[in-house]
Structures are given as structure tokens and as C-alpha cells.
Write a new protein. Sequence first.
Length: 217
Amino acid sequence: ILFPVFAKAREKARQTRCMSNLKQIGMAFKMYSQDYDGLIVKRVNDIAWGQILFANKYVSSAQIFFCPSIVPGNTKITNLNVRYTRADGARSWLYEHTYAIYGRTSREPYEERLDGGATVIMHYEKVDTPANYVFITEATNYVPNSGLPVWYFNSSAITSGNPPYSAISLKRHNAVANALFVDGHVEACTKTRFANSNLKGSGSYIVDESGVGWSQL
């Protein structure tokens, strides 16, 4: 009879660790922006934001890019080029993160795009509503796709398809997804919370706790 209670407690502990991961990522981006006059780099060609932070030693372990509620595959996570088992049980070899960073198919007011869009720079400290600006959140990818990004795992797009190529995932933590905001705080967000953030009208996909129901913000 107590098994469901124990399972719920274990998941709550994993969610707390996931929130800690995002908090550390937020601190890493803050340090990065302080070193570069309030700017951050979301990607450079095929080098993703997590790889930039890791390679430049703003984080000490790649483990923080991995939500503990997703059971890993056979590979111990020691770098950013690992495979993992997704929440739906399928394998992914392409994406190294279980968290994704926000961008839009059209340029954000706080962004600059260089090299034909291959390099994306964000004026991190110029965001005028940092406490309501979802910066990084939990996402799920299904198949690789190329094109313009909305939620970056790396330089691939996750903007279209049915089901979409990727989406904010409410599946891992009982109908909420942890999210890092630009001001550095982390929230467990419901779909309504996302819809009342900067993501309103963005077209970002979101998947419900069943992993089956899809909608757009």
C-alpha cells in the first residue's frame, strides 16, 4: 500500500535535484555574462550552449545537464557526448541535454545572429522582465530535425512536426516542468504558468503528463 507513497517521494527528490541542476546552470550563465559584458552565446555553429559552459569551465560536471528523472542508458555521463534513454523509452544519440534553451525562429529582441544565424548571441542582462522570462526548461526530443531553432538542444530545430520534434515536457515531474528564468530563480511550472510567461504566443510545443497530448503555447 505504501509503494505509491514511496515512489512519489522518490520522484519529488529527483525533481529537487533537477531544480538544483537548473539553478547551477543559471549561476554558470550569470558568471559567463559577467565575463562578457552582459552577453551570452547560445550556440556557435554546431557547438551548443551546454558545451560552451562546460568547455570554458563554468560548470564542473556535465551531470547537471541531465534530469535525474530520465533513466540513463548504459553510458555513465562523464561528458556531453553520451546517449541516454528518453522518458518514452526510446534511445537518442544526437542530443546531449535534457534541458533546452529558448529562442525563436525570428530573432528575439535581445539577440544578435552572426554568420548567417549560425552564431546566436543574447544580451542576457537587457531582458526587461527577467522574473517572467523562461530561459531554459525541460524538453523532450523525438527525432532529429534541421532548420531554425525554437528550443535548442544543439543547433537543430525543434519547432514542427506531429508530434513535434521537441517540446516542453510535463511528463517527468507529475504535470510540471522545471524552468530557469533569466533572473536566476527556478520554478516548477504548469502549462498555465508557461502560458503566462514570455512564451505566450511563441508557438512552442508542450506535451502533457501522459506524454501523448500535444498543444502549442
